[in-house]
Design a protein around this ligand. Structure first.
Ligand SMILES: CC(C)(COP(=O)(O)OP(=O)(O)OC[C@H]1O[C@@H](n2cnc3c(N)ncnc32)[C@H](O)[C@@H]1OP(=O)(O)O)[C@@H](O)C(=O)NCCC(=O)NCCS
Length: 193
């Protein structure tokens, strides 16, 4: 029987510093991935910074899990190994009635482009709507992050607007596109499967 913490090729586990710190730190110290996924000023990340990030997300997220590639039937992994993380933010304080959450994902570069991001986002939508009873899952993507935009468009997230010239990168400002998925749209998609 499959667990609620797994999907086809992936499993989702609590962050355990002993097993997962290296993966999280590799993501946080990869300058390019850092700039795609975070809005923070790109300062070098120390071990302490990564530990602080892990503590912060666990307190601010309803769900923060490390994505593991299951070894079963997959040549790529001799044993289950961590390939990234995915999280759903807590609704803002005193704004729980709106049932909105923001999804964050980061897959280590070697494992990108193999369908794992798509699988993990789909799993997180099921979690948000079915387990947590959320109404809307949203996120903001920098206009230059084509990989992420393609993924969300493919999954039929709807574009909700753009924050113009919000993101400074390599000498110019870029927009940030806001996308969202509503519970009813997601349920509709499950019906046609
Ligand atoms: C964005 C991210 C989560 C996508 O995950 P992924 O596992 O690489 O994506 P997938 O392999 O599932 O591909 C999903 C879609 O993305 C697009 N995509 C994947 N690789 C791509 C590439 N190199 N160039 C352009 N589009 C690409 C495709 O449309 C693909 O759909 P397809 O396979 O039907 O063609 C991942 O690349 C990542 O973690 N990037 C760094 C952090 C980040 O940008 N996070 C998101 C912030 S909003």
């Amino acid at each position: 029987m499959s667990s609620m913490f797994e999907s086809d090729k992936l499993s989702y586990r609590a962050y355990e510093p002993l097993n997962d710190f290296d993966t999280l730190h590799a993501i946080r110290t990869n300058a390019d991935a850092f700039r795609q996924a975070y809005w923070d000023d790109p300062v070098p990340q120390s071990v302490e910074d990564t530990n602080a990030f892990a503590t912060r997300v666990r307190s601010k997220y309803i769900l923060f899990v490390i994505i593991y590639l299951k070894s079963l039937d997959h040549e790529e992994a001799k044993k289950d190994n961590p390939i990234g993380y995915i999280g759903l933010s807590k609704p803002e304080e005193m704004q729980t009635m709106h049932r909105n959450t923001r999804v964050s994902i980061n897959i280590v570069p070697n494992y990108q482009g193999k369908g794992y991001g798509t699988e993990a986002i789909q799993w997180s939508l099921g979690w948000a709507f079915r387990v947590y009873g959320m109404h809307r899952v949203m996120l903001r993507v920098h206009e230059r992050n084509q990989k992420a935009l393609n993924l969300y468009r493919k999954l039929e997230f709807q574009e909700e607007g753009i924050w113009r010239e919000h993101f400074w990168y390599e000498g110019r400002f870029w927009g940030c596109i806001q996308l969202g998925m509503l519970d009813r749209k997601w349920e509709e998609k499950q019906m046609v499967k």
